[in-house]
Design a protein. Structure first.
Length: 186
């Protein structure tokens, strides 16, 4: 053997050339199938979006908004519960927390379960406590908190405080304002 055979200078270059050509050819074979799957995925996505848009437009009668018709006689709509009302608190007038002279006049009605005589008895016995509660509640508020937009929040707060702090056996189910006037005094 000669020294050139031991080094194998020519054979190593040929073997390396064969391997790189195989790697290039496998990648070039993989690229068309990869592009084929991407094209199939995009086509499926476009088809699904088209079907959804067409179905949505058909269901909405060509893009017109649906209007729900409220039928109060429908058997699927639950009936609103009927409550008894306690309105013997009377009219309460007090000043608000504002630095200017702003007063509020409130006539509040407490709704409770129909036929609950224990609740009626408790509300009657706590009539003066209820008047004081209404006076304190509204005297700790600013006039900006007593706007018509805030009435639902006021009702929830009053009902929560009545049920947790004032009433023991009775439960206030609804709070109604017969009168809620906020006036600036001169």
């Amino acid at each position: 053997m000669s020294d050139s055979d031991d080094l194998d200078l020519d054979g190593g270059a040929e073997a390396a050339g064969v391997n790189t050509s195989k790697k290039k050819s496998s990648f070039s074979l993989l690229l068309p199938s990869l592009l084929k799957f991407i094209a199939i995925g995009l086509g499926a996505l476009i088809f699904i979006v088209t079907v959804v848009v067409l179905t949505f437009n058909i269901m909405n009668r060509s893009g017109r908004p649906q209007v729900a018709v409220f039928d109060p006689a429908s058997p699927y709509i639950g009936r609103r519960p009927e409550f008894a009302h306690f309105n013997q608190i009377g009219v309460v007038t007090t000043r608000t927390r504002d630095p200017s002279n702003i007063s509020v006049t409130v006539e509040m009605i407490i709704s409770y379960d129909m036929g609950d005589n224990a609740a009626l008895s408790e509300l009657m016995n706590r009539q003066y406590e209820l008047r004081d509660f209404v006076r304190r509640f509204f005297s700790n508020r600013y006039a900006s908190e007593l706007t018509p937009a805030m009435e639902d929040q006021l009702r929830r707060e009053i009902m929560e405080q009545l049920n947790t702090r004032i009433l023991h056996t009775a439960r206030a189910r609804q709070i109604l304002f017969n009168r809620l006037d906020v006036m600036e005094m001169w």
